[in-house]
Write a protein of this length. Structure first.
Length: 456
């Protein structure tokens, strides 16, 4: 029996892919082991920034140093974008792009145990197309890595969800993106938008419900585009309504959704349906209209603000977050100041702040007005200071509130933690409650930037 170790990088959709890979490997008879004891390491990668790429390379080198006999398989977005770059790293045996991720387990099963390749690699431009051989025949760098990267088709490759030890399993219902933001490489490594058939979504939610999970997170690369590739009359909102009607899952959470997909009807559903988490994560990227146009984003700041304000008006304690990019090529001090003013004007409770990272082949990377790294660092610091103050005020506003929360597996300092409907972590000192319990908690105070409460 072959042993494996799996490492996930990147977004929730990528982690959902990784969980499915893990389940399929275990069904095939592979046994999970620690990184220093495994025969195969599977790295499910991200390539959204240069830092994400560098982290993967660092992990590959660390695995090869600590466990030289381990065969490393690299898959995911970085593998799709730069297979030759990865293939040159020591210890890498397979590079499997998103185009072939659905066949990864068969590739490993054939290469590591039967001695025959499950999938050939006929795609032009791949540096290595060798047949698979038995795991025992491999010595480090004894043969060139096998690279399987090709065009991404229009099929949603369904992989049953596997929650593993997560309290809040992620169900990926959409993949790919048809937008062409000038900074983003994801459409090139994930392909066109495509959706999981609604019946399969219902089937998976029911399975998670029967397994005892209290919250399911719906994820995708461009979640609000769900259904447009299948039947434009059946939208993401229609899917939510069907899940609520046909299952009894206690809570649904939307992972991230683009601004123009946050419709009044969606806000109304989240506001009035107790089983929907009162939480919106709406990517912003910039609070400057000039920069939004350079980014090729499809909204103005006024349109964005209308949706966020409408959500907060309907739900006074709704958690509202955003992705914000700092230092996009051509961003001036005036643009940055405009972004700060815009963010200050809106009821954000947290931000994911990203320094701009040039991605090869994107229009933004070719722009001449690249912003100095020192200035980017200063702007990030200012943005973090702004959101820290807003988050502190939001936490204080929760004192005395009763919030619905799901108890997590993790603890902090031996104290059980829960996640509230509005995406806040709550410590429950002196409380013995099993994970995957949904309960109301009364918020008593704020300590160390988190809420402290007790079961109501």
């Amino acid at each position: 029996m072959s042993t494996f170790h799996l490492i996930n990088f990147g977004c929730r959709a990528s982690h959902a892919d990784g969980a499915a890979i893990k389940k399929q490997l275990m069904v095939k008879g592979f046994k999970e082991a620690g990184p220093e004891a495994s025969e195969v390491a599977v790295l499910n990668t991200c390539t959204v920034t240069a830092a994400a790429d560098a982290e993967v390379r660092q992990v590959i080198r660390r695995i090869h140093r600590s466990n030289p006999g381990c065969k490393i398989l690299v898959t995911g977005c970085y593998a799709q974008r730069a297979p030759g770059e990865i293939a040159n790293l020591p210890g890498v045996t397979w590079v499997v792009g998103n185009s072939h991720k659905h066949a990864l387990v068969e590739i490993l099963s054939g290469d590591t145990r039967s001695g025959t390749a499950a999938v050939d690699s006929p795609f032009p431009g791949n540096p290595h197309t060798g047949k698979g051989t038995a795991l025992a025949d491999f010595e480090p760098q004894a043969a060139p890595p096998r690279v399987l990267v090709g065009e991404i088709g229009d099929t949603f490759h369904f992989a049953p969800v596997f929650a593993d030890d997560r309290t809040r399993p992620t169900l990926k219902i959409q993949d790919g993106c048809n937008a062409r933001c000038s900074f983003c490489v994801i459409p090139h490594v994930r392909g066109e938008s495509r959706s999981l058939e609604p019946g399969k979504v219902i089937e998976q939610v029911r399975e998670l419900e029967q397994s005892g999970y209290q919250e399911v997170v719906l994820s995708g690369i461009n979640l609000g585009s769900y259904g447009r590739d299948r039947d434009r009359s059946f939208s993401f909102l229609c899917l939510l309504e069907r899940i609520l009607s046909e299952t009894r899952i206690p809570r649904l959470r939307i992972s991230s959704i683009e601004p123009m997909d946050v419709s009044p009807k969606l806000i109304g559903l989240v506001a009035t349906e107790p089983r929907m988490a009162q939480h919106f994560h709406v990517p912003l990227q910039s609070g400057s209209n000039r920069i939004l146009r350079l980014m090729n984003r499809r909204y103005w700041t006024t349109q964005y603000a209308e949706r966020v304000v409408a959500a907060r008006e309907r739900m006074p304690h709704c958690g509202i977050g955003a992705d914000v990019m700092v230092g996009f090529p051509g961003e001036t001090e005036s643009d940055h100041a405009e972004s700060l003013r815009f963010i200050e004007s809106l009821p954000f409770t947290y931000l994911h702040i990203f320094p701009y990272s040039a991605r090869p082949g994107t229009p933004a990377a070719a722009r001449p007005e690249q912003v100095d790294g020192r200035r980017i660092h200063e702007r990030v610091r200012e943005m973090k200071s702004l959101i820290a103050a807003k988050r502190s005020r939001f936490l204080l506003a929760q004192i005395g509130q009763r919030l619905s929360a799901v108890v997590l597996h993790k603890s902090r300092g031996g104290v059980r933690m829960a996640l509230s409907t509005n995406y806040l972590q709550v410590s429950l000192p002196g409380t013995e409650v099993s994970p995957n319990t949904l309960l109301d908690v009364e918020i008593g105070r704020v300590y160390d930037s988190q809420l402290v409460g007790r079961p109501a």
